[in-house]
Design a binder for this molecule. Sequence first.
Ligand code: LMR
Length: 329
Amino acid sequence: MATCFAWLLAGAAWAQDPAVVLRFSHVVAPDTPKGLAALRFKSLVQLRSQGRIRVDVYPNSTLYGDREEMEAIQLGAVDMLAPSLSKFGRIGFPEFEIFSLPYLFDDQAAIHRITQGPIGQRLLEGLTRLRLVGLGYLDNGFKQMSAHKPLREPEDFVGLSMRVQPSRVLAAQMRALGAHPVSLAFRETRLALAKGVVDGTENPVSNFWTQGMNQVQSDLTLTHHGYVGYAVVVHQRFWEHLALNDRALIRSALNDALAYGAQIAQTQNDQALAALRQAGTTRIHSINAAQRARLKAAVQPAYAELRAAIGGDLLDAAVQAAQSPLVAY
Ligand code: LMR
């Protein structure tokens, strides 16, 4: 008992003066898959290092928003990020935009055939091009469309101004539907919807709900058309300054936190949808198989856009892997 108490005291002492502080910034609410996985990572690192490493998590754009976070990590002003895979094209890594492709993935298993297979590993390794170390992938879930009317058919989108992440694929997706894509930082989205700067947007329900978008969007259509997931990255400079045992500890804790995130992601989105239904603020619409087929056909130009950016080899391998296992790239 005394030993345990001494350890707790030691841990508390370390927490005051840790050997390493890891600053982890992200842009979503704490009660989302990414927010919860970040907190799980924090607790695992601090426990396993006995407080020698402290993780400071800054959720909901409280430290940096979309635009600033990518600059901040390059400048060493933050140590770890988990940006949406759709946001890497803007900083010179369009390969992650395969995850932005609409109607490519039917479920989380299809996503994992890439993120947990050779293609995903090769892509993480490619981040060295940006002097980033790609440590792993984190799930959120499938996006649903929202606006002030149901969005079940391609013609329903014509003329709408739709917020997207800074992604050429998502912009091409909206243009293919006859909508006008508007790239905004995540933290600016709710206000832009409230003020009518944009008519609608696309989100996993966990983001839609935790940002209060239900108060400024009258209709959510369960299109299940695209995926939001994340790559967890640190800067090479930060990583190279860590002792090898600390790198191993951080990697191990992150792997466990990412597995936890994958386990809870669907539940978090389901719970957000249930809360949304309970709130009664937003009409929730479904689409049938024929409507899904028409939407999928309408957004095919997004694939051409990405093929032009990353070439056919990776794109074709990703499409194959999304539909069947064991495809090497
Ligand atoms: C968005 O900008 O819509 C998302 O990438 C936010 C997030 O990190 O889930």
